[in-house]
Design a protein around this ligand. Structure first.
Ligand code: AMP
Ligand code: GLY
Length: 429
């Protein structure tokens, strides 16, 4: 069959790489893709938000399955447009994707269906926000309602910091219409973990839990980013907690969305905080995680095309997913300046790596003539698989020097939380 993947990051490179291994798949196309994706797929220069052009392309090329990477086209209704034309597509409808597209919607939804999450107040104006601030403790969290590429959430440690952020949101209007409403939210303490399922709206099957390191700098310090590294298994999420997450969070979410007339199909990603009172939802995403997908694809035994096709056709049935026993790890190499302003067009050199358990996924690399250059802040994802998490991490860090560009930086401590857990379990035995 012919598959089209929409997107241009490391997540989409990992999806294309895995889809290409399927005996069912003859051709993989990507829109718009990147330089790494071009080694496994035919890239077509259509932007992720150009839904009509994407649907025209899928019709013309008789694409059998389209897989959507990023949230933007989903919240714009790409699935609705494709389905209207009888095209098979993996992902939630526009109404279902609101779980990610509107934090106010998702918070009200969670309240209605008793899904554990942080306490929160919705504010529609700067005055309402100031009134809400009088009642909170610090640290606290302020979130804008709409999509902001991971940049719309701040933890504020004082009234002064909160006031400054309100100024940015309501006076400078940095986020435009995405911030006509905001949430002022209780700060949750604990460890963060990403829990994803694939679902056809009836059944849900968990993906291997993964842990994403969102903070820019070592020791989980500095600003939030899209994710600076990941590994799977997540280690901190054992079978018992995973069962609790399914029962208290995932299943009520899928059932609640059905009851709301917003049947959810695709990947449902719950960003969780494992608190002392149990797992609580920080946010939902309506798509695969980035960089979690990269490590999950290294561990998935099954045929990804077959699974995604079943979901898109609404017949997941009793499909089970099988994961390699090995661990996988990923380190994101970013360019100086990220997550704030950063230069584009820096030459990227990647030496060949003679080990098929090590893969460099391109996150923000395009070809310019004979050269590879960066076009995003997160440039490559160096990933590896091995018998243990520490060995997978060692392989990744050994491979990192094979990738070079001006201003390259990366976290040196990806996996540290999991390694601490593993050490603690070993000594308590
Ligand atoms: P979100 O986009 O809502 O997931 O927020 C981005 C990041 O901000 C999360 O991954 C957390 O690291 C952090 N965060 C969000 N909400 C909270 C909260 N209520 N308490 C503590 N940290 C939070
Ligand atoms: N890794 C976080 C995300 O995909 O949103």
């Amino acid at each position: 069959m012919r598959v089209l993947v929409i997107g241009q990051g490391g997540r989409e490179h990992a999806l294309c790489w895995k889809l290409k291994q399927s005996p069912l798949v003859k051709e993989v196309y990507a829109a718009p893709g990147n330089a790494g994706i071009a080694t496994v797929a035919d890239c077509v220069p259509i932007g992720v938000a150009d839904i009509i052009e994407l649907a025209d392309f899928a019709e013309k090329l008789k694409i059998d399955l389209t897989v959507v990477g990023p949230e933007l086209p989903l919240t714009l209704g790409i699935v609705d447009e494709f389905q209207k034309r009888g095209l098979t597509i993996f992902g939630p409808s526009r109404l279902a994707a609101e779980l990610e597209g509107s934090k106010v919607f998702s918070k009200e939804f969670m309240r209605k269906y008793n899904i554990p999450t942080a306490e929160s107040t919705v504010c529609q104006s700067v005055d309402e926000a100031h009134a809400a601030l009088k009642k909170i403790k610090y640290p606290s969290v302020i979130k804008i309602d709409g999509l902001a590429a991971g940049k719309g959430v701040v933890v504020v440690n004082s009234k002064k910091e909160a006031d400054e952020y309100l100024q940015v949101v309501f006076e400078e209007k940095r986020f435009g219409n995405a911030a006509t409403r905001i949430l002022i939210e209780e700060f949750l303490e604990g460890e963060e973990v990403s829990f994803m399922v694939i679902t056809d709206g009836k059944r849900s099957v968990p993906l291997a839990p993964a842990k994403d390191y969102k903070k820019a700098f070592d020791g989980d310090t500095g600003p939030n980013t899209g994710g600076m590294g990941s590994h799977s298994p997540a280690v901190v999420l054992n079978g018992e907690t995973a069962g609790e997450v399914m029962k208290k969070i995932i299943l009520p979410t899928i059932a609640g969305m059905e009851a709301e007339g917003r049947t959810y199909s695709g990947v449902l990603y719950a960003g969780l905080m494992l608190t002392r009172q149990g797992p609580k939802v920080l946010e939902y995403n309506c798509r695969f995680g980035d960089p979690e997908t990269q490590v999950q694809m290294l561990r998935l035994e099954d045929d990804l095309a077959d699974i995604l096709l079943k979901v898109a056709r609404g017949n997941l049935g009793d499909t089970k997913l099988n994961w390699k026993k090995e661990a996988a790890a990923c380190v994101v190499m970013a360019v100086d300046g990220y997550p704030a302003e950063f230069p584009k067009g820096q030459e990227v050199v990647i030496d060949p790596i003679d080990d098929d358990t090590v893969v460099v996924f391109h996150a923000g690399v395009i070809r310019k003539g004979p050269k590879l250059v960066n076009m995003a802040g997160r440039v490559v994802n160096v990933c590896a698989r091995a018998g243990s998490l520490s060995d997978a991490l060692a392989k990744v860090y050994q491979a990192v020097p094979k990738v070079r560009f001006e201003g390259a930086w990366y976290r040196r401590d990806i996996g540290y939380r999991a390694l601490e857990h593993l050490a603690a379990t070993a000594t308590s035995r």
